[in-house]
Design a protein around this ligand. Structure first.
Ligand code: NI
Length: 182
């Protein structure tokens, strides 16, 4: 039975804390929460369930958004209609990043930010992320474009950073000449 997650709102000070490294083995509660986050994010991207359960569409969550101060992120990336790749990273670290900077043209959203925030968020176009899976095995992914943005957004949460912190208030929008917009 699907149960919607309780997600902290941006005003909650717990979202501003730096999270601590998770240790293995993960607790049952942590594993359960990871699996609920995967379900929540997947359902939120399928119109039928999005409506049925009144979900806001989102592709990523970080444990601090669920009230837990641990370095765990979950990304559910729709690669084609109805086909999803799941990424669960424990203690993720960006180990390489492209010099090229991009931004999502429509701006970013966050399941903890219940309002529209205008502005481009500069992100590396490509990143390599290392971390551990739920069993503690070392894993690594090379992400580009939308997925690279998602990893940077979620890892920011682990350091208490919200996407709008990275919008330059003096220059919130870039032109195609200044930055590649995707
Ligand atoms: Ni977010």
């Amino acid at each position: 039975m699907f149960k919607k997650l309780d997600i902290l709102d941006e005003r909650d000070p717990r979202l501003r804390k730096k999270s601590i490294e998770a240790t293995f083995p993960l607790s049952k509660e942590d594993k359960k929460l990871i699996s609920r986050a995967v379900d929540h994010l997947t359902y939120s991207q399928i119109e039928e369930y999005e409506k049925k359960y009144d979900l806001r569409p989102g592709m990523g969550l970080a444990f601090p958004q669920l009230g837990l101060n641990k370095r765990i992120i979950i990304i559910v990336h729709e690669v084609e209609e109805g086909v999803f790749d799941n990424y669960v990273f424990i203690n993720p670290k960006i180990v390489t990043e492209s010099a090229e900077i991009i931004a999502a043209e429509a701006g970013e959203g966050c399941l903890s930010v219940n309002r529209d925030v205008d502005g481009h968020v500069p992100r590396h176009a490509r990143v390599t992320v290392e971390g551990y899976d739920e069993q503690g095995n070392k894993i690594r992914v090379r992400a580009r474009e939308e997925l690279a943005i998602a990893f940077q957004h979620e890892i920011d949460h682990l350091d208490g950073i919200l996407f709008f912190d990275r919008i330059d208030s003096d220059h919130p929008f870039y032109s195609e000449h200044e930055m590649r917009l995707i």
